[in-house]
Write a protein of this length. Structure first.
Length: 664
């Protein structure tokens, strides 16, 4: 019987009794990574080089070689990415990879908490998303009478940012304040007191935030009993996007693998752009030292972009210090040269981009394959106006998340209370929904009620409409707890909430559709607890920007920040505002580290393009009454030759030729 050979063009499930022919499906570097079994391995995966394919096939190969799928742990930064990799691997091996453990650091940490955390505190736990965590901090902050201080004290968002950075970077809170918030140095001790009170409040009320999950997981890997159990279970640890890990996550990986050092980390230091979230590019640079005997495989063959685009990307990185060297190349032939366009001002830049988009659309390039990338959200305001004038439908990435909408958070608060009656933040939010209940009454109720199951016959200081409303809420929550089915419980609470929604919002019909969507999602879960955990750890996004067109076209282009575009690709990329002072931003010049991250940000933007890359920058960055602020191209583009990326200057409107461009 002939051996089954799969071609690169197809990825069918392997027939029982046959092995996948990995050599026929993978390039030599990918194959080397996939066939690695024991010991640490660093896979340096350049943009568009097939890292997902490599991870998927390594999972399949390990399972095909007889290793228990449950002994493989695949950690990523989005649950969707992990699920997709496991799904692809399962498709290769007729479902044998279904038991592979895959998820985000936070979801894995939550599972460990559920499995081993009974002795660590009261159960069940409620997971606080960032907004809820800030509300808890604000509640605690108020107890310190900061309003009586004669100087400014940080608000809840700043306090949470200080706390989160200290935890994720393993830095004392005093050092975080001194380095990043120097104006609050004199209040360091009081800030530390607020944060200690915040931690105590969470423990007392069975609450955990995102940072707690990682702290707990790190502690579990060091625990004399739990640590060995985890290390015995997960013999093969694989981590995607390692350049995005923080110090705490790096310590977690070291704790998970122990002395054996059997780990495969995949990442690209050239795409490390999230230091504002605590990510530390030094983690991936330290892998060879952190894991003795580490092998290194470089994925450099690109399957996304044309060579002219890759030449520009390679040049941008060529002068970068302290980086693993990679040179992206492709077997694809041809391709247009990228172009740089100097515009007179922002208005001309917007007009040019709109004109180009319209021409590309007429040439058959779908709007969905076109993106305009920006360094910061405000840089596209003028362009958005011109896109609307030209009737070009677009969606701007980075808007309000589905679970951040007020009406959705209302229903989630009710669901959280039905699971954890001690969730004070959810209770406070729910009380404020009630007729006759204001902040003062809500605070009084919150103080009196430690456990909702033991409702006093009469709440002090609460009477009339407020007493009736509170009693109705408590009765509703008690009845909701008696409904075991997650979807039915959501429907019951949503039905109670509907009259409140209709009274509070003029657009209640539109908002009710969101509530119905939430009910539908909840009905897919076996328990309300698992639904709430997933919503907190990996919230769904809203599709509020769907385009309504009377001609039936649902096509739209994208306007996105570079940070939001990472991991995505388009046929045509317009990078606007590529000025020095925008990218790199003026603030980034404060240190060499932040300046180099801006270089990587430009690299990430350019590597999103498959066929066409257009970089624009206005010569007048800002217009004043008596003098204009002049600009130049990003310093990171200076090394790019005109042969590789021709420079053009847009003609002034009164002198504009037919094609609108003049050679530089």
């Amino acid at each position: 019987m002939k051996k089954l050979v799969l071609t690169r063009a197809t990825v069918p499930a392997a027939t029982k009794g046959y092995r996948i022919d990995y050599a026929a499906l993978l390039n030599p570097a990918q194959l080397e990574a996939v066939m690695h079994t024991d010991g640490p391995l660093l896979v340096l995966a350049g943009a568009g080089t097939g890292k997902t394919r490599t991870l998927t096939y390594r999972v399949a190969r390990l399972v095909e070689d007889g290793h228990d799928p449950a002994s493989i742990l695949l950690l990523t930064f989005t649950r969707k990415a992990a699920a997709e990799m496991v799904r692809r691997a399962s498709a290769l091996l007729d479902g044998r990879c279904d038991k592979v453990a895959g998820g985000t650091f936070h979801s894995f940490a939550y599972n460990v908490l559920l499995r081993f955390g009974a002795a660590e505190g009261r159960r069940p736990w409620s997971i606080l998303d960032q907004s809820d965590a800030e509300d808890v901090i604000n509640l605690v902050r108020g107890r310190f009478n900061v309003a009586a201080l004669k100087k400014r004290f940080p608000l809840k968002g700043t306090l949470h940012a200080m706390y989160s950075r200290a935890v994720n970077t393993a830095t004392p809170i005093g050092d975080v304040i001194a380095e990043r918030y120097p104006k609050f140095v004199d209040e360091t001790e009081r800030i530390a007191e607020v944060i200690r009170a915040y931690d105590a409040y969470k423990r007392a009320n069975s609450l955990v935030d995102y940072d707690d999950l990682l702290v707990h997981l790190a502690a579990s890997t060091r625990h004399p009993e739990i640590g060995p159990i985890l290390r015995r279970q997960y013999r093969f640890v694989m981590v995607d996007e390692y350049q995005d890990t923080n110090v705490l996550q790096h310590d977690i990986i070291k704790g998970l693998i122990g002395e054996r050092g059997n780990v495969m980390v995949v990442g690209d230091d050239a795409q490390s752009i999230y230091s504002f979230r605590g990510a530390d590019v030094r983690n991936i640079h330290a892998v060879p030292q952190a894991f003795p005997g580490c092998s290194i495989v470089r994925l450099e063959q690109n399957y996304r972009s044309t060579q002219p685009i890759l030449d520009v990307c390679n040049t941008i990185l060529r002068d970068a210090p302290e980086m693993f060297r990679k040179e992206l190349y492709t077997d694809r032939e041809g391709g247009e040269l990228p172009m740089r366009v100097r515009c007179t001002n922002e208005r001309q830049q917007s007009d040019f981009v709109v004109q180009q988009i319209l021409e590309l659309r007429e040439q058959g390039v779908p709007l969905g394959e076109i993106v305009v990338l920006i360094r910061s959200g405000f840089l596209s305001f003028d362009l958005e106006i011109e896109l609307a004038k030209a009737n070009i439908p677009f969606r701007k990435v980075g808007g309000l998340k589905f679970t951040e909408a007020a009406h959705v958070k209302d229903v989630l608060a009710l669901l959280r209370l039905s699971v954890n009656p001690r969730d004070a933040i959810a209770l406070y939010r729910s009380l404020l929904l009630l007729d006759g209940v204001g902040q003062k009454t809500a605070a009084a109720v919150l103080e009196q009620m430690q456990v909702l199951d033991n409702v006093p016959e009469k709440l002090q200081g609460v009477s009339g409409r407020a007493a009736t409303s509170v009693s109705d809420l408590l009765t509703t929550l008690q009845r909701a707890r008696e409904v075991s089915d997650a979807g039915e419980r959501a429907r019951y609470l949503a039905a109670w909430y509907r009259s409140i929604l209709e009274a509070r919002y003029d657009d209640s019909a539109k908002r009710w559709k969101d509530v119905e969507t939430l009910q539908s999602i909840c009905s897919r879960y076996s328990t309300t607890e698992s639904f709430l955990a997933d919503v907190a750890l990996d919230p769904p996004t809203d599709v509020m920007d769907d385009i309504e067109a009377d001609d039936g076209e649902q096509e739209f282009m994208t306007v996105s920040t570079i940070h939001s575009a990472k991991g995505l690709e388009w046929n045509t990329v317009f990078l606007i505002w590529a000025n020095d002072g925008r990218i790199p931003s003026a603030k980034s010049a404060e240190s060499a580290a932040t300046l180099e991250e801006e270089r990587r940000l430009l690299y990430v933007a350019c590597t999103r393009a498959k066929e066409r890359l257009v970089i624009t920058y206005p010569e007048i960055m800002m217009e004043w009454e008596h003098a204009d602020v002049l600009g130049r191209q990003s310093r990171f583009l200076d090394a790019v030759s005109d042969d590789a990326c021709p420079s053009y200057t847009l003609a002034a409107p009164e002198d504009e030729p037919a094609d609108g461009l003049l050679d530089a």
